[in-house]
Ligand binder design. Structure first.
Ligand SMILES: [Zn+2]
Length: 84
């Protein structure tokens, strides 16, 4: 089961889920770099459900953008056809 570190104070999360040890390394680095070595109030190492490997939001948003472009193309074509 992969793990991922999350800091709710910064709304930051480990981009790629890994094993528990890598999440702890990420947490320690985040604490040191962002919080000056202090532990933020609201953070956790969460278990990532099987099947969800890492962060696929970029992929999702780019396919959503492509879909939007496709819809816009259809709409502008329809407007052109209907306009004449
Ligand atoms: Zn933080």
């Amino acid at each position: 089961m992969p793990y991922r570190y999350r800091c709710y104070d910064c709304r930051a999360e480990q981009p790629e889920a890994g094993d528990r040890a890598s999440a702890e390394v990420f947490r320690d680095r985040h604490r040191r770099w962002v919080h000056g070595g202090l532990a933020p109030d609201d953070e956790e190492i969460e278990r990532v459900p099987a099947g969800e490997r890492g962060h696929d939001e970029r992929y999702v948003s780019s396919s959503a953008a492509l879909l939007l472009l496709g819809v816009l193309a259809v709409v502008s074509l329809a407007a052109r056809v209907l306009g004449h």
